[in-house]
Design a protein around this ligand. Structure first.
Ligand code: F3S
Length: 402
């Protein structure tokens, strides 16, 4: 199929809007040709990943600076994924001066490109909430899953450069999840066991993601006791274990009614979450770092944590990662002071997968995030314990997993 471009897109590709826009169009068009797209589609917004200097290095930083020097600018609202450190408290948290300088240079390059330095993987919690049916170009697998599934917007799993190219050109290639037919369920998942926490949804997501790989699961829950906001944990887990970018939940998500499963869809039955918990748990009993906030914590989660910690004191490091604006709201509401009084830290702008945490001396992590449990061993060299927020906070208090 030949990719059709509008006259405006052809002009951009020919360099009429400058070399920075031309480069962006070359990337978008190349992807369209690879994936057999018929045309491009304007995007309503972009979420850009690839922000941590730990992952980008000097080569990535120079690539961004060169693109910015060509005068390229985002032409649609665009936000940024977590960076490699808290931009305010990095020194207190043990990050080096050199790392901090390079990290700030990366963020400055993105700002020069017109990307808002939100530094969060939950843009939908800080005002970047796409409308149903809108086409997006979002990177960050958990955010992609949330945008597609919970909000009903349309985005493929973009990479860092392709998302940036979409921001600068205002376009993405129309293929994959931009097309109606690819949003139909490929698997029906009947969940017979009770699901009552973000960790249960994480364990479930881990199990399902491994079985439906790249597919579109359609969940039917027999005993749903979780909060709808916990769906971010389900999507993040499936994104990590099976590259799932869209799912539907009967009676909950916005396309579930219209996109009923076909009779040929794969059938799965989940009777027990224990295999998910077992697969995500390492053997270590000692815990020196507790991570909550993957995906980034909401204000409600910070409230629950502060309430749990009132009158307690942690012995392990407790890092709750969140967006800067959520941290500010939590500070104004007194939540940060309550968490800090117990010895915990509310860390903004970063996450424990993209920050150089192994260099900070941590070895054994506890987390309530299945995504973190999947990535921390390989990305940060940490041994992981996985369980509910309550179990993790108890481990932060005792320094042991029980
Ligand atoms: Fe967000 Fe990092 Fe988890 S980007 S989803 S906190 S791995």
């Amino acid at each position: 199929m030949k990719l059709q471009l509008t006259p405006e897109e052809q002009a951009m590709l020919a360099g009429e809007d400058g070399p920075g826009v031309q480069k962006a169009m070359e990337i978008v068009v190349a992807l369209g040709q690879i994936y057999g797209a018929a045309d491009l589609v304007p995007v309503a917004s972009v979420q850009v990943s690839g922000v941590s200097y730990k992952n980008l290095g000097d080569a990535g930083l120079e690539f961004l600076q060169e693109w910015a020097a060509q005068g390229a600018q985002a032409r649609v609202p665009a936000t940024l994924n977590p960076a490699g450190m808290d931009r305010v408290a990095w020194r207190d948290l043990g990050f080096s001066e050199e790392f901090a300088q390079r990290q700030e240079a990366v963020i400055a390059a993105y700002e020069a490109l017109g990307i808002a330095p939100t530094c969060t993987c939950t843009p939908y919690q800080v005002g970047h909430v796409p409308k149903f049916g809108r086409h997006l170009a979002w990177a960050e697998s958990s955010a992609v899953s949330y945008a597609n599934s919970v909000l009903g917007a349309r985005t493929n799993r973009e990479g860092g450069p392709s998302a940036l190219a979409a921001a600068i050109s205002g376009r993405t290639a129309r293929y994959g999840l931009h097309l109606d037919g690819n949003r139909l369920p490929t698997a029906v998942v009947d969940v017979h066991c009770p699901v009552s926490s973000e960790a249960d949804l994480g364990a479930l997501g881990y199990l399902v993601g491994r079985q439906v790989k790249n597919g579109v699961p359609y969940f039917r829950f027999a005993h749903w006791h979780a909060d709808v906001t916990d769906l971010k944990a389900l999507g993040a887990a499936m994104a990590a274990s099976g590259a799932v970018a869209l799912y539907h939940v009967e009676g909950l998500t916005p396309e579930a009614e219209a996109l009923k499963p076909h009779s040929a869809a794969q059938r799965l039955a989940i009777d027990d979450l224990a295999p998910g918990y077992a697969a995500l748990n390492g053997p270590a009993d000692k815990v020196d770092l507790v991570s909550i906030g993957c995906p980034h914590a909401s204000l409600a989660e910070l409230e629950a944590i502060a309430t749990y910690l009132d009158g307690r004191q942690v012995t392990a490091e407790l890092w709750i990662t969140t967006a800067r604006t959520i941290r500010q709201a939590a500070e104004e509401g007194g939540l940060v002071a309550r968490i800090e009084a117990a010895g915990g830290r509310v860390v903004a702008d970063t996450c424990l997968v993209v920050a150089p945490v192994a260099e900070l001396g941590f070895r054994n992590m506890a987390t309530n995030s299945a995504k973190m449990a999947v990535y921390a061993p390989s990305h940060s060299g940490l041994s992981v314990r996985f369980g509910t927020m309550g179990q993790c906070l108890e481990a932060a208090v005792t320094g042991r997993w029980s």
